[in-house]
Write a new protein. Structure first.
Length: 226
């Protein structure tokens, strides 16, 4: 019980000083590479542009899984998050997954103070506490639920602090906080369930590495940032 309480205290102290978009004001781009079974199969890039109080985060990603030389799974997409200061005001994405189109159109409704979502698997309202399920912002570690950047579906989540860990990525050493992010509803089918290990560098506010298991060992890891 004492260990659990200390973990909870650490979690809130750790994030009490965190801003959101302000922590990324110095970045122009964040590049992550995608690996499956230790083989690079694609990329996930984030580009930042700013005008006055508005920040636009553009997400481009693509990966391809091959088996015996034949492509068995491929995904390519683009998304745009628009922030007014720290507040998410819109998100739009288009994704082609195995030649099937998926999409999300999200806007902030100033009257209801909720997000209005029209997506390929969900349409409706969502509380402002939701985070977009991308890997550029540590906000994903603070939210109680996340919105799929591909389909608009909403999943409740639990984030647990694991440990402080020193890891090396592409020859560079990072002092990280290791978290576990899982679905609150564990009765979901395994392919719909959240189950990620996430390492974040508190110094840069960057997520350095994400791993999960689904038809192989997957890893998103930081390649470069400017």
């Amino acid at each position: 019980m004492k260990k659990i309480i200390l973990s909870i205290i650490f979690f809130f102290i750790c994030f009490a000083s965190y801003a959101h978009i302000g922590h990324y004001s110095k970045y122009k781009k964040i590049e992550m590479e995608i690996l499956r079974n230790n083989e690079i199969i694609g990329y996930n890039y984030y580009f930042f542009s700013r005008k006055n109080d508005v920040t636009l985060v553009t997400n481009q990603f693509k990966f391809e899984v091959k088996l015996l030389g034949a492509t068995v799974f491929e995904v390519e997409g683009i998304g745009e998050e628009r922030y007014l200061q720290d507040k998410l005001i819109s998100f739009n994405s288009k994704t082609l997954q195995n030649k099937k189109e998926k999409f999300v159109n999200l806007t902030l409704n100033k009257n209801t103070k909720k997000f209005d979502i029209v997506g390929s698997s969900f349409s409706g309202e969502a509380p402002l506490e939701n985070a977009i399920g991308n890997w550029w912002s540590h906000k994903i570690l603070q939210a109680s639920s996340q919105i799929s950047p591909i389909s608009g579906s909403i999943k409740e989540q639990i984030v647990t602090f694991i440990a402080k860990e020193k890891i090396t990525i592409n020859g560079k050493e990072y002092q990280t906080d290791h978290f576990k992010l899982t679905s609150k509803n564990m009765s979901l089918p395994e392919d719909k369930r959240l189950n990620f290990d996430i390492w974040m560098d508190k110094k840069t506010s960057l997520i350095i590495k994400v791993t999960y298991q689904r038809m192989g060992s997957w890893e998103y890891r930081l390649k470069n940032y400017e």
